[in-house]
Design a binder for this molecule. Sequence first.
Ligand code: APR
Length: 311
Amino acid sequence: MSRKKIALIGGGQIGGNLALLAAQKELGDVVIFDIPQAKGMVKGKALDLMQLRPHDGHDSNISGTSDYKDIEGADVIIITAGIPRKPGMKREDLLGINLGIIKDVAENIKKHTPNAFVIVISNPLDAMVYAFHKTSGFPKNQVVGMAGALDSARFRTFIAMETGLSVQDVTCMVLGGHGDTMVPVTRLATVGGVPVENLISKEKLDAIEERTRFAGGEIVKLFGNGSAFYAPAQSAIEMAESYIRDKKRVIPCAALCEGEFGIEGYFIGVPTVIGSGGVERILEFDLSDDEKSELNKTLEAVKKTVSETGL
Ligand code: APR
């Protein structure tokens, strides 16, 4: 059986970590693509990663390129092409620059890897994955955005930090857009099956929800130049792994809704099943009245950014 191939479009901070994690998990061979000006940088990263393998004991090949031909045959594509936020910026502020980049990337992916499963990470995420889908014309099961996996990981982390319990046993989800209006669903959050509302006061839970909504910005402010990259990379790798190994994990992802949760024609964070068929299903469930109104609010925010793409 031949190895799988993973192509990373964008070899910056997240791209480099994606390459490391994909190789260490032995998901397949990795190609890191970037613009010609960054060709030396991705070739250097690839060589450095190749030289880590003797310690790790895996045989994945990692290469860097600025030639789209080299991504041909890829099973999975993960896109981080674009610019990250600087302190004081919202993700939506990146639209002007990143929209042009995602359209260019989509045209090239359509041409070189029409059958690949595509995970978009570039921000503003909900609009970027929408633009990728529109431009490429790929079927909806083949395109997904990475946001909820990261936002939920942040929510889980803060609950674990507050309770002092294992983060492994914290289950929760964040729905909606990847912005300030995202919806952490506290009602369904548990630690080892015990509802968090029994473990954490309402006041502290409200603060955790708020911190989750602005968790990306908290890191942007600390960094001063750039945005988070370790957790975003790991979140996307979980999605890629579920596809490659047909795990059918249930992960909150930006998937195209066609009626689910009453949403029509938008990519937005919902519980998604990822397996060898790509986005295989969206799991719907009953929302409380408050959750419904929060989801409507976040949908309006997503619609506004999507409308600014002109697509
Ligand atoms: N094609 C391919 N790569 C591109 C293109 C393009 N047209 N334009 C820019 N890039 C590359 C840059 O050269 C850079 O190496 O994308 C890479 C982005 O890397 P970083 O600047 O380090 O950004 P990173 O932190 O990885 O975030 C990437 O993901 O989470 C989002 O908001 C974040 O939009 C940002 C993206």
